[in-house]
Design a binder for this molecule. Sequence first.
Ligand SMILES: [Zn+2]
Length: 384
Amino acid sequence: MALSLDEIPAVDQHCHAFRKGFERMTPQMLRQSLTEATDAQVLEQHTPQTIAYRWALRQCAKRLGCATDEETLVAARNRSIAQAGSAYTRHLLDDAGIAHLCVDTGLQPEHYQDTDTFAVSAARPVHPILRLERFFEEQLPYCTSLDDLVDQTRQTLHALRNDGTIAVKSIAAYRIGLALEPGDPAAARSVFDALHQAAIQHPEHVRLSDPALLDFLLWEALRCCADEAIPVQFHTGYGDPDADLRTASPLHLRRVLEDPDFHDLPVVLLHCYPYVREAGYLAAVYPQVFFDLSLASGHAPSLAEQLFEEAFALAPSSKLLFATDAHSLPEAYWLFARVQRQALAMVLEKLMRNNWLTAEQSEGIAHQILWRNACQLYGLPSLG
Ligand SMILES: [Zn+2]
């Protein structure tokens, strides 16, 4: 029996906002939304040669009713959005079945829409997620001591939900790797003093990447999140070349996951590729671990089914979440959501066919992954 997930709404539990000026798409913007490459030569010569790019062109061209070459497609798309206005974006996200968007607000705020603008553009509820490293960096020029910064962090996390923020996110994988440790206050203090001075001089250039300080600050933040029951999303697995994939396996989070203080701290592993089996294992054995297949399922669409199969092999269906990790262009949310829906349907059908699941169980699992697990985890209103 064919399984249709089209009518089931989804919570996109991790994405970014539209890029300012997304209404005028350039080939460069389209390429950048389909790869983690940042090198100009790769983007120019090689990104168009990927499966993801060729597939995206065909999907978008079909929707617009135009030819599949990049130049024609970009022109047709920009004409279409100029004519249809906000309905263009609304229809894409409706077609993707995305009911709610949970947005990491820490990605280059100068280039991306703020939360309120994004909610208007997307025409649906947007729930902010605070990026911890950016928060620390923004506080650095104003906090005169490490204790002061820890105090600010505590106060902010204590009041986090007041403005509707639902979670925090860490990009430790981009800075020090995921083998987080409690950190030593004396070592953290000495790094803080130097960085504080540098931040006063050049607040726009602050980059927190010293393990002595970041370990300490993240551990303090995790303690507050545990006290306040605030879910913590971690970038894991692949990202742009600034992330060291060698130290981005979620297995490195062992010290956090094993700490009795963090037993009830919800930890959400984002992306996970190529460590999907590892993430599935962690979700199977630790009560507090959740994960998603965002990013990779969109950038490696031909692998999306396999990713779901690997995830399902060990992980309870109560632990897997739906997310696109899309940014910049509404087309990216549409493409990434649709490929995941299709892959999820195919895998559930296969599991039914091979008698691992009943039809009723499969449907229940689809609801769990698309919205139910996220609504429970982040305290969002039920979509059922
Ligand atoms: Zn992201």
